[in-house]
Ligand binder design. Structure first.
Ligand code: PRX
Length: 544
């Protein structure tokens, strides 16, 4: 069984995923089969990834960007995503990944807060950065992966830069606590927070890749998550490659036909995806799956939202496969609780804790609760892939820890056999198709529209997406809620935040309920939406 080998206390993730594999004799082994959106295939060996990421580390040095400085990729799935990520880590930069669908506000929030020095992107996405560049004084260089020539003195061509440097790079000996990966996550209040990880996270990422995903030397793994999110980096890059395991990456979007042809034709042996995608597949014609030979596919894993028992039944009946639910967060960096081969699946449960992880269900006022009681899902502090801070926000970080427990913000319970069952969030964060959306960010973006006076945003149950974004909006006098205005609202949210945050429903209201200190009472909006009693609303200043 493959195992991560740390030598000379070299914790550098970039090196462990490439150079280390070459010195272990896997240089010529397939690291990545890249399948483009047009189904062109390109194979990268571990030696290829090593050389390309070395080149990128040299590019960073040539541009004067170094240890501890923040760089970002802002790319769709593409080979450069992987080499830039690994090269940036080799150079001991803090590497962030931006979901390519992000709009202007989402970009500024992340790039300005982190004082990012460099962004790797493409020409069509660069237009978004150009629009906000005056708000990003720390941004020194933008590199365009599809520009043959430099555009200006600080908008440079990837090919040009990469061909001008050597493919040899001596990776500095990196301590476990050196900062590594940065992902922003949305809360229910304030701007998105930068979750900072360190190189030591690789221990838990590789451990769970073995223990939960069960990956072995001759596997071909496919993780469908975008690299803009934690699953895409922890398991679409770090876990498998730190163990010398081959991965497939596909640049195209959801398509049942194409996905299943890829699973069959490429011989994928383990597949990591999300409940929304699985629920979409459940809606497809069963004949599609009957024509596909999935003998090589050993197991399917899911993360990001609750996995309905019906999906597990569908997996068994239609695909003849078990689907294993796993639970983790951006902050935890790696899987903490999971169903996995070897442990009987309890449909609807997230499974059992992984090695070295001690979860607990705690009451609001602190003490751990016995089995069966509902409470706050916590994790005993100190695990290897624990985030080291929220960038520039130590106070928010500290507030998540009490008496040696990290509070996840999820509510759950544990049964007598040690399986954990998800109940929901303890805050207002919306989980739509596995992506967290901040109601606060959507409300703020809505207020930018001249027509909008007030807004309140909630997550409402949805059969496909798990939750959908629903907005309650009051308008300034003289403005009427029309289909055109609704379209304008949707486009505005897509352009400012991302298409994920677009309200699926917009309800005009006279006023938005707020408490005495002016806080929007989303609880009341949600109760109204669900036709339930809103409970104690005595602190309300105004009502719907
Ligand atoms: O509420 C939980 C939900 O997603 C949150 C973490 O989101 P994020 O940091 O964006 O990371 C997502 C990918 C790891 C959790 O606090 N969540 C994640 N996995 C599950 C889940 N909810 C229910 N069941 C899961 N398996």
């Amino acid at each position: 069984m493959s195992q991560i080998i740390i030598t000379d206390s070299q914790f550098n993730i970039g090196w462990l995923c490439t150079g280390r594999q070459c010195t272990a004799g896997l240089g010529e082994k397939l690291a990545m089969r890249w399948v483009s959106p047009r189904f062109e295939r390109q194979d990268f060996s571990f030696a290829d990834l090593d050389r390309l990421s070395n080149r990128f580390a040299n590019v960073l040095a040539s541009l004067g960007v170094g240890k501890g400085e923040v760089i970002f990729t802002f790319l769709p799935k593409a080979p450069e995503q992987f080499t830039a990520f690994l090269g940036g880590l080799k150079a001991e930069c803090i590497v962030g990944t931006l979901f390519s669908n992000f709009g202007d506000d989402a970009l500024v929030d992340r790039l300005a807060d982190s004082r990012a020095r460099l962004v790797v992107t493409r020409k069509n996405l660069y237009r978004k950065i150009e629009r906000v560049r005056d708000q990003l004084p720390a941004l020194k260089v933008v590199i365009l992966t599809d520009a043959d020539e430099d555009i200006s003195s600080n908008v440079l061509s990837w090919n040009h830069l990469m061909s001008a440097v050597s493919d040899g790079y001596v990776v500095p000996v990196t301590t476990p606590d050196t900062p590594s990966v940065l992902h922003y996550t949305s809360g229910s209040t304030g701007k998105p927070k930068g979750v900072l990880h360190r190189h030591r996270s690789v221990l838990q990422q590789s451990r769970t890749t073995r223990e939960v995903l069960g990956l072995k030397a001759d596997d071909l793994f496919w993780c469908t998550a975008d690299q803009g999110w934690v699953t895409g980096t922890s398991y679409g890059i770090i876990g498998p490659w730190s163990l010398g395991i081959s991965q497939m990456h596909f640049g195209g979007g959801y398509s049942a036909q194409h996905w299943f042809e890829l699973l069959q034709n490429e011989g994928v042996t383990a597949w990591y995806t999300a409940p929304t995608a699985l629920r979409m597949l459940m809606r497809e014609d069963c004949d599609l799956f009957r024509k596909i030979d999935l003998t090589r596919l050993r197991s399917i894993f899911s993360v990001g939202e609750p996995l309905n028992p019906e999906v597990i039944v569908w997996g068994r009946d239609t695909l003849g496969k078990d689907i294993y639910d796993t639970w983790f967060q951006t902050e935890t960096g790696a899987i903490m609780i999971a169903n996995r081969p070897g442990i009987p699946i309890r449909p609807g449960s997230m499974g059992k804790p992984v090695k070295e992880i001690e979860p607990g269900i705690l009451a609001d006022d602190g003490p751990p609760l016995p089995d069966s009681e509902h409470g706050n899902l916590c994790v005993r502090s100190g695990w290897d892939s624990m985030f080291s801070t929220y960038l520039n926000n130590d106070t928010a970080y500290s507030s998540k820890f009490r008496d040696g427990w990290y509070h996840t913000g999820d509510m759950a319970w544990r049964d007598a056999d040690g399986y954990y069952w998800f109940l929901g969030r303890s805050d207002d964060v919306i989980n739509t198709s596995g992506h967290l959306v901040s109601p606060f960010e959507v409300e703020s973006a809505l207020l930018e529209l001249p027509e909008v006076a007030e807004s309140g945003v909630i997550g409402a149950p949805d059969e496909l997406l798990f939750e959908k974004v629903v907005a309650f909006v009051s308008f300034h006098p003289g403005f009427e809620f029309t289909p055109e205005l609704e379209l304008k609202i949707r486009l505005h949210i897509a352009n400012r935040l991302s298409s994920i945050a677009i309200p699926q429903q917009v309800f005009p209201v006279d006023t938005v309920p707020k408490n005495k200190s002016g806080k929007i009472m989303r609880r009341v909006l949600k109760a109204r939406y669900l036709g339930q009693d809103a409970g104690d609303i005595s602190t309300l200043e105004e009502s719907l």
